[in-house]
Unconditional design. Structure first.
Length: 398
């Protein structure tokens, strides 16, 4: 009972990962991406050992070694005082405890690695400049409309078309994403142009009232990714994730911060890789799915941000999409059962874990941005139990 033709809408990290997962199960995959060329840009990505182990199994471990950074530790600091609140060793400890490394990588490098792997696989056919405008699931087949009139038929449709997914809307009709009230400023900086005290091979999270800043190395430490998340009203077009921003607005939103963090941010314009140092996007997510029947129905399955867009406070958005892909591949390899049952198995294996990660991400954001007594309690607890609080065995030990 084979399912030889898998159609995928979306060529981002989630779509490419889904293509690789299904191809590994022996499926023929046709991926449709609306952009005329792959040009994934943006900030860095943190990949926990739950994800890097999958990429290694897919044969991408050597490529990660070439393009990524491997931080020694995760460190939490007070954005107000600069005090180190807690530390979690990564590096060798991550490999010993979880069997795979913790990695930080530029999003474009991760996307490029997945795209190259897809292009090398003869079972995957990538179609660029091909927007999916409609679909139908009837008579034992799924049909995509590409552009105005072109149609293609397959056995399965995987919607990996992002947080604003029109396929999700047609499938479960749950309305648009919610704008969270957070603004993310991001910059890529030349590490050599930063103050020497801020060049450590680690992930640093600066926690402050209503704000936090994360910095970490990418590209073997040659570049440093900086993301500052503040609370505020979104731009008029929240659907467009990439907006120009300026240093003055960021500093005004951050308010009073400690000298080392101030030094990092003031160094950003001189160290920036781009003429416009800061880019801005408004965060949007969705509540967790209520059950497996929302993640897969009939011959259609949701994956990545189309299924479970999440806030970045657990650094697992890309990771959950890659986990989706490997579970989707396992389900599609179950030739003894029909396709709707395979997709149901996929959804049953994924929706609760993703819902847990989404909920934990929301909770982390509340903790990161806490004020008053909650902030004081957080800091005191982290001083005593930093590594235990920062480790996530149920997530990383998959």
């Amino acid at each position: 009972m084979s399912a030889s033709q898998v159609l995928i809408a979306g060529g981002g990290i989630g779509g490419l990962a889904a293509a690789l997962g299904c191809a590994r199960a022996g499926c023929e995959v046709r991926l449709y991406e609306r952009a005329p060329a792959f040009s994934e840009v943006g900030a860095g990505v943190q990949l926990g050992p739950n994800v890097t182990g999958i990429l290694r199994d897919w044969g991408l471990g050597d490529e990660l070694q070439v393009v990524a950074a491997f931080p020694d530790q995760l460190q939490a600091r007070s954005a107000l005082t600069g005090e180190v609140l807690g530390q979690l060793p990564l590096g060798a400890r991550s490999i010993e405890r979880y069997g795979a490394p913790y990695v930080t990588v530029h999003r474009a490098d991760l996307h490029r690695a997945l795209a190259r792997a897809a292009m090398r696989d003869e079972r995957i056919h990538v179609n660029l400049n091909q927007p999916v405008t409609d679909f139908s699931d009837a008579a034992g087949a799924v049909t995509l409309t590409i552009g105005a009139t072109y149609r293609v038929e397959g056995d399965v449709l995987v919607a990996a078309d992002g947080v604003w997914s029109p396929i999700r809307q047609a499938l479960i009709k749950d309305g648009p994403p919610r704008v969270t009230g957070h603004l993310a400023y991001r910059a890529m900086l030349r590490t050599a142009d930063l103050p020497p005290s801020l060049r450590a091979n680690q992930v640093t999270a600066w926690l402050g009232p209503h704000v936090h800043v994360v910095q970490y190395p990418v590209r073997h430490g040659e570049w440093t990714n900086v993301v500052a998340i503040v609370e505020g009203a979104p731009p008029s077009d929240a659907h467009d994730w990439d907006h120009g921003a300026n240093q003055a607005d960021l500093m005004r939103s951050l308010g009073r911060v400690c000298a080392p963090l101030q030094e990092l941010l003031e160094a950003a314009p001189g160290a920036s890789l781009n003429a416009a140092t800061w880019r801005l996007w408004a965060l949007a997510d969705r509540p967790p799915l209520r059950g497996a029947d929302q993640m897969a129905r009939g011959l259609v399955a949701l994956a990545g941000d189309a299924a479970h867009p999440m806030r970045p406070f657990l650094a697992q958005g890309a990771g959950m999409a890659i986990e989706d892909a490997t579970e989707l591949g396992r389900a599609m390899a179950m030739d003894a059962v029909d396709v709707p049952t395979r997709l149901k198995r996929y959804a049953l294996a994924r929706w609760q874990r993703c819902a847990r990660v989404q909920a934990r991400s929301v909770r982390n954001g509340q903790i990161f941005h806490s004020t008053g007594l909650m902030r004081l309690g957080r800091d005191a607890l982290m001083r005593v139990m930093g590594a235990r609080l920062m480790d996530v065995p149920w997530l990383y030990g998959r």
